[in-house]
Design a protein around this ligand. Structure first.
Ligand code: MTE
Ligand code: MOS
Length: 767
């Protein structure tokens, strides 16, 4: 049976041609009706303080200005906190909490007029002391933005005391800007009564709907959110969009005109949250073979001024502080610290990467202390198949890392290349090389259990064409094509027949964010459920009309076999329609088996794990600290891939984004709390020229999900980001070579050339 576009086939992204020819519609491409107004935000220039006066008369007098919006203009709740913590105002009324906080919006006839006018505001703020980083926040007695989490198993104190060796350390791990190509944008159209329709670049239309309703003080049924696609989200549009949607909607209702709000890149970077940076303190006890006996870890995070998603993000850091390794005795704690910085948020991996890199640092510490290859130490500590328990008391049932790492070790010729590098470095040249092979194990499911649900709406029109709508959003990751493949396969029709439509809160209600890599797991299943319902009705119809048993009805490519007869799909659908068969269905899915008790720190938060490994080789110039990635080999597990071409793209993109996070992307706030890296000129993401010289990416084709996921596939969006850690560890090895690997370089992330050079000089000085 061959259906063009069934699952497990290599298909290009449905919009690939449109993406590269500029014909894909983004929110900013929607034709603006005559009379459209433009909004622009006015930001705080103080990190912390009391607002004593806000004189906007000059703003109002500026050419083209229609009006301004401040906290006083909010008819409903002045709160867009995603988890209802109430600490996230649209505009603050009294206290400014970070440099760059939006204080008001200007609405004008053109974007340029609004932008120029915003600069004329005179805001008086009585400064208060501010704290920018998590350690400073702990010292200053700042609160946690949300309750800390503790994960504990075994007897940590006794475990550490009984270990033959113990190492303590601290690692600083930087944040990351999302740098989506399309920035935040919202375009609101007022309707009659309380209605408003908002086109917005959001990963979470239902939340945007809820927030807009809440801010306007109207029921959710009055608000529609639409998103055809995003030009990248990466977690940055999970909650951070709420502000833009709310302000555009407020203005649209106030002036009864369409209103567009599109910040420029600097404002987007300054006013929206990023990946959390962490300071992690660890202590690890181990035996002479490098087997870990006990781990204690404290993870303090820069959360910014409000909770946003910092609770679940810091929780996920703890959930991944084991990465792939069994800790017999363990205690992990989080400190989600309030700081006077922008409120940090979701970013690919959602705190997981910050946990994983600490696990890998501990492995490296052990390896250097014992004079062994870090890969040996990794293998010695893998969860053993069939029974080891994580710090959150979930049993690791399906660990396939031994095979993944074994195959990658062979295909990348790790051993021979490592030996060659050791020999080369021993000659003492200026260019030193390093190689590292690191694994990842990533838990799949939202830890907020109720988020693990999805809906879909499938219509079969009476000409045999199919419309598919689901609650997920497309941000470039290929979710739409994967779900369309599921539908094409279900009806055994070519994928060209399946139209993928924009996400809208009108078609599928109460959806979850497209996040936690679970988009295809959840929406694929919901769409399949809808298809199965329609198919069941079609089978009933066939049985009745042709007088056959259900087992005699078969969907073949483009046709249906009923008893001995075969009829074309279109014809069959036409007949079903005439016989008044309902050809539309709403599907639903909720993930089974998962549960999580946060207070106890116990449960099964993850339905399953996704695995992968990367082997990276780098060269480092020991005079400048500059480096180059020479070769990367990846073997990644996506179960039975829904679409291997798209999945390989996700693995490559995720990996490169992880490398950017750990090498060149550096966020830097000055002493006044002003973000100084707020444009591509000062914030360096990887370029095409930074790609590895040799880049071999493979999927573990033999893998299939042990759980009953959609077609036995696994989530792919986030896990590959953590493969970038192999580059970081390879750089670390090159650095360590200057002191003959006697010491594990305490390299912090990002390992910018400056940091690499300082690490080299520190090691040289200690010689
Ligand atoms: N890939 C592209 N091209 N653009 C994106 O914005 N976001 C990532 C990942 N891959 C992203 C991406 C993040 S953070 C997540 S959670 C997943 O895609 C979300 O989509 P999925 O659940 O459908 O995998
Ligand atoms: Mo992804 S950080 O879960 O949007």
């Amino acid at each position: 049976m061959s259906v063009k576009g069934a699952t497990h086939q290599d298909l290009t992204h449905d919009s690939a041609a449109k993406h590269v020819t500029g014909r894909a519609d983004y929110t900013d491409d929607i034709l603006e009706p005559i009379g459209t107004l433009h909004a622009y935000l006015g930001l705080s220039e103080v990190a912390h303080g009391r607002i004593t006066g806000m004189d906007l008369s000059e703003v109002l007098a500026a050419p083209g200005v229609v009006g301004v919006l401040t906290a006083a203009d909010i008819p409903g709740a002045n709160d867009i906190s995603p988890t209802g913590t109430g600490d996230d105002p649209v505009f603050p009324a009294e206290t400014v909490e970070f440099h760059g906080q939006p204080l008001f919006a200007v609405v004008a006839k053109s974007r340029d007029a609004a932008r120029r006018a915003a600069a004329r505001a005179r805001v008086e703020i009585d400064p208060l002391p501010h704290v920018l980083d998590p350690m400073g926040a702990i010292e200053a007695g700042y609160p946690d933005v949300t309750a800390p989490l503790k994960l504990e198993r075994g007897e940590v104190a006794a475990g550490l005391a009984g270990s033959a060796h113990r190492i303590r350390g601290r690692m600083e791990i930087g944040g990351q800007d999302h740098m989506y190509l399309e920035g935040h944008i919202a375009f609101a159209m007022p309707g009659e009564d309380e209605d408003v329709v908002v086109y917005s670049s959001t990963q979470h239309p239902s939340e945007a709907q809820h927030m807009v309703a809440h801010v306007l003080g109207v029921p959710s049924h009055s608000v529609v959110i639409n998103v055809r696609r995003m030009g990248g989200g990466f977690g940055g549009k999970e909650t951070q969009m709420n502000l833009f949607a709310a302000v555009a909607a407020l203005a649209a209702k106030k002036w009864n005109r369409p209103v567009k709000l599109r910040p420029d890149r600097d404002q987007d970077m300054i006013a929206t949250g990023k990946r959390h940076d962490f300071v992690a303190d660890y202590e690890v006890g181990f035996d002479g073979e490098g087997r870990i006996e006990a781990v204690e870890g404290l993870f303090a995070a820069r959360c910014g001024f409000s909770a946003d998603l910092s609770g679940p993000v810091t929780d996920r850091a703890l959930f991944h502080a084991d990465n792939a390794y069994f800790y017999p005795h363990v205690r992990l704690r989080s400190r989600p610290m309030k700081t006077n910085t922008v409120s940090n948020t979701a970013f690919r991996g959602f705190g997981g990467p910050q946990g994983v890199i600490v696990a890998e640092r501990m492995i490296e510490e052990i390896a250097y202390a014992l004079g062994r290859d870090p890969l040996e130490i990794r293998k010695a500590n893998f969860y053993r198949p069939g029974g080891d328990v994580t710090p959150y008391h979930q049993v690791v049932e399906d660990n396939i890392l031994e095979r993944i790492v074994g195959e990658l070790e062979a295909s990348s010729e790790y051993q021979a290349r490592r030996q060659a590098i050791l020999d080369d470095n021993a000659k003492g040249g200026i260019i030193r090389r390093g190689i590292a092979l690191t694994p990842v194990k990533f838990g799949i499911s939202f830890t907020a259990t109720w988020y693990n649900q999805a809906g879909a709406l499938v219509h079969v029109y009476n000409d045999g064409s199919i419309m598919l709508n689901h609650g997920g959003t497309e941000m470039g990751q290929g979710l739409n094509i994967k779900v369309a493949q599921v539908v094409a396969e279900a009806f055994a029709v070519d994928i060209d027949r399946v139209k993928i439509t924009r996400t809208t809160t009108e078609k599928v209600p109460n959806t979850s964010a497209t996040a936690a890599s679970s988009g295809s797991d959840l929406n694929g299943m919901a769409a399949l459920d809808a298809c199965e319902q329609i198919k069941a009705r079609l089978v009933d119809f066939a049985c009745e009309k042709w007088g056959v048993e259900a087992t005699e009805v078969e969907f073949l490519p483009g046709r249906v076999k009923i008893g001995a007869e075969e009829i074309g799909f279109d014809d069959f659908i036409r007949q079903a329609y005439v016989a008044r068969v309902q050809l539309s269905a709403a599907g639903f899915y909720k993930t089974p088996k998962i549960h999580w008790d946060r207070a106890k720190g116990q449960g099964r938060p993850f339905y399953y794990f996704a695995y992968g490994a990367a082997c990276s080789e780098v060269s480092v110039d020991t005079l400048t600290g500059e480096y180059r990635v020479d070769r990367v080999d990846i073997l990644h597990d996506v179960g039975r891939s829904l679409n291997p071409a798209v999945d390989r793209g996700q693995v490559e993109g995720g990996f490169i984004q992880g490398v950017g996070w750990l090498t060149s992307e550096e966020l830097w706030w000055d002493g006044d709390g002003r973000l100084r890296t707020h444009a591509p000129s000062t914030y360096k993401i990887p370029l095409a020229s930074d790609r590895p010289r040799i880049f071999n990416v493979a999927l573990a084709e033999w893998s299939q999900n042990a759980e009953r996921t959609i077609k036995r596939s696994k989530a792919v969006g986030e896990p590959p980001l953590m493969l970038g850690i192999s580059v970081f560890e390879a750089i670390s090895m090159a650095v360590a070579s200057v002191a003959d690997y006697r010491e594990c370089p305490r390299l912090d992330a990002p390992a910018t050339p400056e940091r690499v050079l300082m690490a080299i000089e520190r090691l040289r000085a200690e010689r």
